[in-house]
Write a protein that binds this ligand. Structure first.
Ligand code: PLP
Ligand code: COI
Length: 354
């Protein structure tokens, strides 16, 4: 149990118009903070009014990127209850990331308790308009003032909250994805499986290129042969090929998505055949040409289930199905959001009340 000290704001902000939230642009009244000091462990858990941080310019996070982050959401159901979706999985993944980056681990129960506590304080900020939720961003930064390359001895664990709508500007309409054949994101043995800023910094040049070409996100190929499908900038990727659900296996270079795990569980429960394996870009092109590439969608906390309408690889522009949302993508979207909002039975025990 954390002994969380709560200081409430005296100047609450005005709540935003729920129809114009966008993603990650507005922040609530409070934030959670906890410090780590070598020899003392994690200490001083507290909830404070949302404020800027004051850090030495020598703080290690600014120089060598020793940091991690997570992403999950709180949902307000039609019954008025606030819910979280599988927050323990975010807590476990936090520690997988931390181990790789020499950041001290955090008990999963403390992670979940901190998330619940700060969401509870800002519960009024959970939006209720369709396709909206309260995006939760926990993160840890290295705070030693030191320019040598070494693990920091001090850290801050912070949670901020952002009422958000759809991640993509197109909302739920199918997105166009650029299969990147030049830049790579990660290789096995690197940090691709970890949720840390460096992976996202490494993705920006390709993302800018994709945007300039009129595409929403990048689909990465493996970093060695540039032949096998990995994942998208902010989501895992699924294909329905000839009736089977196919997704890249967790190879160490892609993020083990919580939504990915939920999609696999649901599809198997519905009796669909699911294959986690290597998928080459050539296999996709062939499947599309022969009419066997029935659907393609991304899965992620921010992206939920995002149907993909078009995939571009070099000079090939592949339309998926008829370019509209496929039946399986729609069923997954309805089921996942239904469980999150409490309108679909939570038969796997994924939902946690705040
Ligand atoms: N892959 C990347 C690179 C991501 O940033 C995300 C988003 O968190 C995902 C996959 C999906 O993970 P999850 O379903 O846990 O949100
Ligand atoms: C999430 O889906 O929670 C993410 O972290 C994606 C993010 C990079 C916007």
């Amino acid at each position: 149990m954390l002994d969380i000290k709560i200081t409430r704001t005296q100047t609450p902000k005005e709540k935003p118009d729920e129809t114009k939230l966008g993603f990650g642009k507005i922040f609530t009244d409070h934030m959670f903070i906890m410090d780590y000091t070598e020899g003392k462990g994690w200490h001083d858990p507290r909830i404070e009014p949302y404020h800027n941080l004051s850090l030495s310019p020598a703080s290690m996070v600014f120089h060598y990127g020793q940091e991690m982050f997570e992403g999950l959401k709180a949902y307000r159901g039609e019954d008025g209850k606030a819910r979280l979706f599988r927050p323990d999985m975010n807590g476990k993944r936090t520690n997988d990331t931390n181990k790789r980056l020499c950041i001290p681990e955090l008990p999963v129960e403390d992670f979940v308790e901190a998330v619940k506590a700060v969401v509870k304080v800002d519960e009024d900020w959970i939006p209720t308009a369709p396709s909206t939720s309260l995006y939760i961003r926990p993160f840890i930064i290295a705070t030693d003032d030191f320019l040598g390359v070494a693990p920091s001895k001090t850290y801050m664990f912070i949670i901020i909250l952002s009422p958000s709508g759809a991640y993509y500007e197109s909302g739920l309409a199918p997105v166009g994805i650029w299969i990147e054949d030049d830049y790579v994101r990660a290789v096995k043995g690197g940090i691709g499986f970890a949720k840390t800023g460096g992976n996202y910094a490494a993705s920006l040049a390709a993302q800018v290129k994709a945007h300039d070409g009129g595409y929403s996100q990048v689909l990465w190929l493996d970093g060695v042969e540039r032949k096998y499908i990995e994942e998208v900038g902010a989501m895992n990727i699924f294909f329905k090929i000839d009736g089977k659900v196919v997704t890249p296996a967790l190879s160490g270079s892609i993020l083990p998505g919580i939504t990915r795990n939920s999609v696999i569980t649901l599809c198997k429960d519905w009796g669909l055949e699911v294959e986690e394996r290597k998928i080459s870009v050539d296999e996709l092109i062939e499947a599309q040409k022969s009419g066997k590439l029935e659907e393609c969608f991304g899965s992620g906390t921010a992206a939920v289930i995002s149907p993909v309408g078009t995939l571009r690889y070099k000079d090939d522009v592949m339309q998926i199905g008829d370019g509209t949302t496929g039946a399986l993508s729609q069923k997954l979207y309805d089921t996942v959001t239904g469980i999150q909002n409490g309108t679909v039975e939570d038969k796997f025990g994924w939902v946690v009340n705040v």
